[in-house]
Design a protein around this ligand. Sequence first.
Ligand SMILES: [Zn+2]
Ligand SMILES: [Zn+2]
Length: 148
Amino acid sequence: MANTLPLTGSCQCGAVTYEVTKEPLASMVCHCQDCQKLSASAYSTTLAVEADSLNVTGDLGCYERVADSGRKNFAYFCKGCGNRIYHQDPDAPALKRLKAGTLNNASIPEPKAHVFISRKQPWVVIPDGTPSYEEGMPPADFKRIFSL
Ligand SMILES: [Zn+2]
Ligand SMILES: [Zn+2]
């Protein structure tokens, strides 16, 4: 990815800002209905970062939910404007899943995988050769794609 570190980003109102001090691991797109709701759009684009490389300034709220997979998914958002900033599974604290659209002036690296394409909007076209999954990604594939 061609962006210089640290990457910077913010919520829509600017009350929450952040820096990413290490190269993100990879980005992926999720087309599930929850991601359509949370992004208020057709899908959500997530940039996986090492947890200790994300430094957030500002007041975050936390929305805790358990995904259909049984995994916990804690969603952190700006209390002022409601913008999602990142998600984290408290049982896998090494990784944070940054909501890529909150980056400032940084190009989002091309997603390495698309998941839950069973819920994909029919007009979203996935590039040939990009791994895609009807539902979630098996943990082994996740580890390989994200080089964990
Ligand atoms: Zn805000
Ligand atoms: Zn999703």
